[in-house]
Design a protein around this ligand. Structure first.
Ligand code: 1HE
Length: 264
């Protein structure tokens, strides 16, 4: 199934026996999946209109690179107001990714740079293969991040590392990137997509309210003062526990019908 959007540079496939996994592919190989305006708007549209059967999403890039960031070829002479609205357009799209209906897993290879890193940072899980590398070339291009990177990237790697990357043009390879916190999983070359699909299948089995709490409550609780955070947590816990599905799952464990936690 191809997405019903105005860009042919991004595709949506719905997979799984119950149509529960959305696979979103950046498909602009000739430009290393650089993101132009129509592509960012199409990404937003996809997340706004995901079928209700979908329980998890995987986003990946065609070819050797995940995404080369903003399409610099379309960086027009913008005045301050236009520049602000362009950045806000990215914010709106990546908000739909982060705070959309389902958890999103990014499969990363090759360049994960600039706006590509901002996109990856809006996802909930990042799986990188050994070819992945991370950079913020905005620093050397005389610009600044504009796709939410200054909010999301420090949450992954810290303000100090991001400052260093932008001041010095430092590039993290896949191993150092995983240690720094860019990706939660590091897999051999060519295996990021399969691993992301495996994780998506697992995520799709969770109770939807649990996934909702992790996507929508956890990041907000983490930003609240502790006393407010504890209250939000208690409310979210009570709502999740009260769902019939939660009761069924707990009963299944108590009756020996559910998997135990296994040592990895
Ligand atoms: C592009 C872009 C792009 C490639 N915009 N056209 N991002 C950057 O500063 C990263 C710029 N790109 C690169 O550093 C490299 O292209 C890569 C490391 C990603 C890949 O290298 P390589 O050797 O595989 O490909 P290439 O030969 O450099 O690029 C192939 C073509 O893609 C070439 O065009 P062609 O017409 O000569 O074939 C490149 O010009 C084109 N291309 N990347 C436009 N980004 C919300 S604000 C976010 C702000 C930012 O993201 S700034 C960071 C932008």
């Amino acid at each position: 199934m191809t997405s019903n959007t105005s860009s042919t540079d991004i595709q949506l496939d719905i997979r799984g026996a119950h149509q529960e996994i959305a696979v979103i592919r950046l498909s602009r190989v000739a430009k290393r999946n650089a993101v132009n305006d129509s592509l960012i708007l199409a990404l937003r549209d996809i997340f706004e209109k995901l079928p209700t059967t979908v329980r998890a999403a995987v986003i990946h890039g065609e070819g050797e690179h995940f995404c080369a960031g903003l399409d610099l070829g379309e960086l027009e002479e913008r005045d301050a107001g236009q520049g602000m609205h362009h950045s806000r357009m990215w914010h709106a799209a990546l908000e739909r990714v982060q705070f959309g209906p389902v958890p999103v897993i990014a499969a990363l290879q090759g360049a994960v740079v600039g706006g590509g890193l901002e996109l990856a940072s809006a996802c909930h899980i990042r799986v990188a293969d050994e070819t992945a590398f991370y950079a913020l070339p905005e620093g050397s291009r005389g610009i600044f991040v504009g796709g939410g990177g200054s909010v999301r990237i420090p949450k992954l790697i810290g303000v100090a590392r991001m400052t260093d990357m932008m001041l010095t043009g430092r590039v993290y390879n896949a191993q150092d990137g995983e240690r720094a916190g860019f990706a939660q999983y590091l897999v051999p070359e060519g295996q990021a997509f399969d691993k992301a699909m495996e994780l998506a299948a697992r995520v799709a089995q969770n109770a939807p309210l649990t996934n909702y709490a992790l996507m929508h409550a956890l990041p907000r609780i983490a930003e609240q003062p502790a006393e407010q955070g504890y209250l939000t947590e208690a409310l979210m816990a009570a709502i999740a526990q009260s769902a019939p599905e939660a009761k069924d799952r707990v009963r299944a464990f108590l009756e020996g019908r559910a998997a135990k936690v296994q040592k990895s």
